[in-house]
Design a protein. Structure first.
Ligand code: ZN
Length: 284
């Protein structure tokens, strides 16, 4: 695998300090803006291949294809209610979910909005596409920057950290959102986190960077969005310990913690909060 040396995509600085390592990759912190990014990182070609196959090469090959998860649908339902409340989008509004995976978020949207909206999903991994299509969803593989559709809503959940240059991607993908339309972007917020408190594993090199709220908000503003509201919810895959119906063995599988006491301690210690940024596209 060919590795490439990169500079900070946000502020352009080439000065960084070692932060942590995992799976044979180094995560560095930009001395200037605090962005955490993998350096050196896989080539763009290998990143695309990884997204298509779900296989990510390192000291160990990570297989992150997974399967459809009903628990994610339930979690998304709760989150949608908290973010949008009773606001029902106009009939025939269109919604594109980029990086829709097995389609859990699209299913949650369908359950909330029934047939009032037109839904589409974009997903590079062919196993995930087949899985989503088998649920009756309209999901295809395409490069968002080459797609000529325009949507009232576009969502990007757990996509940001997978992008080699989110600033460039968002600048080109904004054209998928109608003027006045909305973007919903979910990613982790590393503000104030240290190697001791940040959520692990990092899943390097599937994840390529982790940003602070200020960085993501500034990028969105720069490419042409205004922020409506930022919500915080527990990280995907980390069950809310208050959810009594999540089986303990699932929690254990995710965290590797052998008893509830240990798990609670772990959950308090590490930050598993994700930010969900609701933003509106303003006129160019
Ligand atoms: Zn920087």
């Amino acid at each position: 695998m060919k590795l490439v040396n990169v500079i900070c995509y946000y502020c352009g600085s080439n000065r960084s300090s070692f932060f942590d390592s995992e799976n044979g990759f180094n995560l560095v912190k930009c001395d200037s803006c605090g962005l955490l990014y993998v350096n050196p990182r896989p080539s763009d070609e290998d990143i695309t291949k990884g997204a298509e196959t779900g296989l990510h090469q390192g000291e160990q090959t990570l297989d992150l294809t997974g399967s459809f998860n009903e628990e994610h649908v339930k979690r998304f339902n709760k989150i949608l209610n908290k973010i949008y409340g009773k606001n029902i989008p106009a009939e025939n509004s269109s919604w594109l979910d980029i990086g829709c995976g097995h389609g859990e978020f699209l299913i949650a949207l369908k359950q909330k909005y029934d047939s009032k909206l037109i839904f589409k999903g974009c997903e590079p991994n062919s196993v995930k596409v087949d899985s989503a299509v088998s649920k009756g969803l309209d999901v295809e593989t395409f490069f968002p920057e080459e797609h000529d559709g325009v949507y009232d809503y576009v969502s990007l959940l757990n996509v940001y950290s997978h992008l080699s240059n989110p600033l460039n991607s968002l600048n080109s993908w904004k054209n998928l959102v109608k003027t006045g339309g909305e973007l919903l972007l979910e990613t982790g917020d590393t503000t104030g986190l240290t190697t001791h408190t940040i959520a692990k594993p990092y899943y390097l090199p599937d994840h390529l960077s982790f940003a602070t709220k200020d960085i993501v908000v500034d990028i969105l503003k720069r490419v042409g969005f205004e922020i409506i509201k930022i919500h915080y919810f527990r990280h995907q895959g980390i069950p809310d310990l208050n959810l009594v119906n999540v089986p303990y063995d699932i929690k254990e599988t995710i965290t590797g913690k052998k008893n509830i006491k240990e798990l609670k301690k772990y959950s308090r210690k590490y930050s598993y909060r994700d930010m969900w940024i609701r933003a509106r596209r303003v006129e160019d």
